[in-house]
Design a binder for this molecule. Structure first.
Ligand SMILES: [Zn+2]
Length: 353
């Protein structure tokens, strides 16, 4: 899940180090909601072309000869069908240069939507299992972030995703291997398939290890998996934030608890539709969750696969669910005021005065 700051209206570019940032225009609906983007379809042809080019450059075998063939594979039945393609796509990344170019392309792309802050997930286990060392991965991704901050004024950083399908020993090894960058990562995430695998108590040692590094804790829960996964993320993983969480609605006590504690839900409308959590955007529950007092935020999730960078995610809920510009502002401000892992100082630099 790439979690991005909202669109053009969000802030004047006053982030520290943002010397060459542009002056942002004041909010207008047309900037929030470009109608041509009001669907969740995989239109991001450039990222598919990049993926095919990387595969060719590195001799990685993909069963898709070109970007159009790849696009046809983006018809997901469920989370597992997406993850199968996602992990296959990761195999094209083999050198440090690949990781730099991919990250830089993403950050340049979202800079055009005036993203001010991006918290980006990585899946180190998937690469380590292919024999790729941690150092070129992390160093090159962080270098791309440093350059994006200098060129576009984007703040942010990395969240290390732990694929819950692997055992605790593998999780601990990944967290330990990330120790040299402990001060530069934001959080660890309980990620991967979110149904059929429980949040077992065995996750506790890895949580403690990550906590020793001062990282926050987040968990993918309540998108494909049910409300019980959200509850377990709170009770066992002690998360600071729930990624997705839309299925919490089935448990009214849980909804009250999330609201009372102000636990943020990073809702990703386009992902939810592409993964068939809801049959269409009109039936999405984000408005109900917002009106129930939950800390609901709008985010993008693997946008090159799910067809929705941040502006598209705002656009589709406005078009389908009648969110006003003021309501979108509320959602955007929640995103900033929630427990961002970069701390209050960065919040002040992102917020408009
Ligand atoms: Zn997700």
């Amino acid at each position: 899940m790439e979690i991005s700051a909202p669109p053009k209206f969000w802030a004047d570019p006053v982030a520290a180090g943002c010397n060459n940032a542009r002056k942002s225009p004041s909010p207008r609906s047309s900037q929030i909601c470009p109608r041509r983007n009001c669907t969740c379809t995989s239109r991001d042809r450039s990222s598919r072309k990049t993926l095919i080019a990387l595969a060719q450059r590195n001799g990685a075998a993909l069963p898709y000869p070109d970007a159009d063939a790849l696009r046809r594979a983006y018809a997901f039945d469920n989370l597992q069908s997406f993850l199968d393609l996602y992990y296959l796509g990761l195999t094209v990344l083999q050198t440090g240069t690949d990781f730099y170019q991919m990250t830089a392309a993403y950050l340049t792309r979202v800079a055009r939507e005036n993203v001010r802050h991006a918290e980006v997930f990585i899946s180190p286990q998937a690469h380590l299992r292919r024999g790729i060392a941690m150092e070129p991965i992390v160093e090159n991704i962080l270098a791309a972030f440093d350059d994006a901050r200098a060129h576009h004024g984007i703040t942010g950083g990395l969240i290390a995703g732990i694929q819950r399908q692997f055992d605790e020993k593998t999780r601990i090894a990944m967290i330990t291997a990330l120790k040299p960058w402990r001060d530069r990562l934001l959080a660890w995430a309980w990620a991967g398939l979110s149904s059929g695998t429980r949040h077992r108590n065995s996750a506790r040692p890895s949580r403690w290890r990550a906590g020793d590094y001062g990282w926050g804790t987040v968990a993918h829960a309540g998108e494909e998996g049910g409300a019980d996964y959200v509850r377990e993320a709170l009770d066992i993983l002690k998360v600071d934030r729930i990624d997705h969480g839309v299925r919490c609605e089935a448990d009214p006590d849980l909804v009250d608890r999330l609201a009372d504690r102000g636990i943020p839900l990073t809702v990703c409308p386009c992902s939810n539709i592409m993964l068939r959590v809801f049959p269409n955007m009109k039936s999405h529950n984000i408005r109900r969750l917002h009106e129930a007092g939950l800390c609901v935020t709008v985010n993008s999730d693997d946008p090159s696969y799910f067809g929705g960078y941040i502006n598209a995610n705002f656009a589709v809920i406005q078009a389908a669910l009648g969110f006003t510009d003021d309501e979108l502002w509320q959602l955007a401000r929640k995103r900033i005021h929630q427990r961002l892992f970069v701390g209050r100082c960065a919040q002040q630099s992102i917020l408009p005065s």
